[in-house]
Design a protein around this ligand. Structure first.
Ligand SMILES: Cc1ncc(COP(=O)(O)O)c(C=O)c1O
Length: 408
């Protein structure tokens, strides 16, 4: 029999199945109330707009082009829309600054491939997006905690990176309504991240798939905009911005983008060519048409729904959670993060929950590179209606209360 393990590259040992994806498989059971998946509500997708767009393309003169290979950088029409969208966010760029990817997840993989050699350091938020850890892990980095508010000396970041035989290559953060915490990075903190990256001479990876899902508060300029303004334009910026259509229009079409200096984009294009040549043209053409027609009106409509669900979940938490449980109050996105009293393990709680009250969530450990955070968990409010939110949070509150009682 072939001993596959002896044939795999060393990096394969760092590739493990996402606990969330594994978990999602269990959640199709109709009796489970799930707050686990961080996905948009499929009932809100602009299906009719997409049907019309695909019909227009395939029934018109562009059909041949849409079914053909495309340029690796991405379809011009979609890149044009993205350029105008980035301008509304305060980023002055042109189509040469945009690479279309198969979701921002592909962008994360390419960035890992471009920047990380074995032993290099990636600074990440703690907790951070699990998919980024998975994407970067394949390139064998070490992770260090990006904490711009802590009074940690820059030389300490650099020295620790050097001890591991590499250097700090980038600071990765999700500044708007982060997955998993729902928290945002304010303007002052963004400026501190910029200053830190300048001192470390490293790049900044700004992962912003939830950017358009703001329900409260004022918008904050993206790090890419701040960086470009400070240094006289995007070409002098050290920030790579990752955008996505997944949370606003549809994740199924797998469309995201990287916006950065042309020098970096040209390197990422080479990786794209070697990886999959181009993102499907048909999907890009359809997305361009739908985004042109309805991006603003659609996101306004879906944001109103998500905002009401967030509010419902926050009120339910207030009513049903016992003392000692703390949670975030996000201004947008899809997630609320809970800290449980010390000593309660959220993975054990999930097992108990699925067996008894049948409420699903994601235990917090997976989002921490050092596997801490056992007493935390992520709730997503994006796919549950009011009745499910009230019922699910009330059941979960009861279970947590019982667990707290049994541990004292
Ligand atoms: C922070 C973050 N980055 C990237 C992604 C990947 O999104 P996409 O569907 O664009 O690949 C996700 C998806 O959940 C996410 O939460």
């Amino acid at each position: 029999m072939t001993t596959w393990d002896s044939l795999y590259a060393r990096r394969a040992s760092r590739m493990s199945a996402s606990e969330i994806r594994e978990l999602l498989k269990l959640l199709d059971r109709p009796d489970v109330i799930s707050f686990a998946g961080g996905i948009p509500d499929p009932n809100l997708f602009p299906a009719e707009e997409f049907r019309q767009a695909y019909q227009d393309i395939l029934g018109g003169p562009d059909a041949g082009r849409a079914l053909q290979y495309g340029v690796s950088e991405g379809s011009p029409r979609l890149r044009d829309w993205i350029v105008s969208h980035m301008r509304t966010l305060g980023v002055d760029c042109d189509p040469g600054n945009i690479l279309i990817t198969s979701g921002s997840q592909q962008g994360l993989d390419y960035i890992g491939k471009l920047f990380l050699s074995e032993g290099d350091t990636a600074l990440v938020q703690w907790p951070t997006y699990l998919g980024a850890l998975q994407a970067f892990n394949a390139y064998e980095p070490r992770f260090d905690r990006l904490d711009p508010c802590a009074n940690r000396d820059v030389t300490d970041y650099a020295a620790r990176a050097q001890e591991q035989g590499g250097r700090v290559k980038f600071a990765y953060l999700s500044p708007d309504f982060a997955n998993p915490t729902g928290l945002s990075v304010g303007l002052a903190e963004r400026e501190r991240v910029l200053a830190l990256a300048e001192e470390l001479s490293c790049a900044i990876i700004e992962d912003a798939p939830y950017e358009a899902l703001r329900y409260d508060g004022d918008t904050v300029l993206p790090l890419l905009a701040l960086d470009s303004r400070k240094h006289g334009g995007i070409e002098a910026s050290r920030t790579l911005y990752l955008g996505s259509f997944s949370k606003s229009l549809s994740p199924g079409l797998r469309l995201g983008w990287v916006c950065a200096a042309k020098e970096v984009i040209s390197r990422l294009v080479l990786i794209k060519q070697a990886s999959d040549l181009n993102t499907p043209v048909l999907n890009q053409e359809a997305m361009a048409r739908v985004a042109e027609r309805v991006f603003d009106t659609h996101t306004a409509r879906t944001n109103a729904v998500y905002k009401a669900r967030r509010d419902a979940m926050l009120s339910a938490l207030q009513i049903h959670m016992p003392e000692g449980v703390h949670w975030t109050r996000p201004d947008g996105g899809m997630f609320i993060w809970l800290d449980l009293p010390a000593g309660i393990d959220a993975a054990d709680l999930l097992e108990k929950s699925l067996a008894t009250v049948r409420v699903a969530f994601v235990p917090g450990k997976a989002f921490h590179p050092d596997r801490t955070g056992a007493n935390s968990l992520r709730l997503s409010f994006s796919c549950a209606d009011f009745a499910k939110i009230e019922e699910g949070i009330s059941r979960l509150g009861r279970l947590i209360s019982e667990t707290v009682m049994s541990t004292v």
